[in-house]
Design a protein around this ligand. Sequence first.
Ligand SMILES: [Fe+2]
Ligand SMILES: [Fe+2]
Length: 274
Amino acid sequence: MKHWRIEQMDWDCFDPARVDPDIVRLVKAASVVERNGVDYALYLNNVFFDDPAFREAADNWAIEEVQHGDALGRWAMLADPSWDYPQAFERYRASYKLELEVDRSIRGSRTGELIARCMVETGTSSFYTALADATDEPLLKAICRQIAADEYRHFKLFYDHMHRYLKRENLGVWQRTRIALGRVTESEDDELASAYHTTNEPAGVPYDHGRCIAAYMARAMRYYQPRHTQRVSGMILKTIGIAPHGWVHQLVARGVYHLIRIRQRKFARQAALA
Ligand SMILES: [Fe+2]
Ligand SMILES: [Fe+2]
């Protein structure tokens, strides 16, 4: 079911001279979050317990997310041969756990769950596109392009299922907006911060959320260009039920771009102080 395979990538084209150490830090953190997709599939299977078609789609989705983690982890081990991806993943698993034993979505409805998933895929597809555009390292560029294409397909998958549930649950634009923005702001919670900590900081260093989210976000947000936020805003507008064209889209795209710039500068200042 996968659209590409790790073995198909040209691993011999890796060029250590073109590796950016800041990007290595991001790739290490991203690799363990991606691999944790298996846990999220268990959660989705519980939320959608009586929807076999969606459960099957969620299981296939998780296989692709795990492959993202494995490809990024393998690349990061080439970039930093002292780093151990399986060991880092075990450390991450021990430090960050999702609540899996549920019988309903933490978003209040199945539509809400799928809106949150659309937001995550919006974030990942734009992040890997921005990273592919930012890096000069040919192997990472190729990996990020493959992953970004998967993430966009994932967005479409969750978006289509969302529309199926929307007919039943009938959430209005305002409710959809609230859930979507709620999930976007959650990206500054523990998931990415603890991934940064467990993949980049030595085992003896105590976890500090503020320090780690600043270190991660200051780097991750640096690579967003206007064309990436244009895409992000289109996907957000679609998810909340507003047609993504015309002046509204342009306005939102500009707003998202400036917000990212402001947040990036704030996190960079915090990271410098730490
Ligand atoms: Fe992914
Ligand atoms: Fe994805």
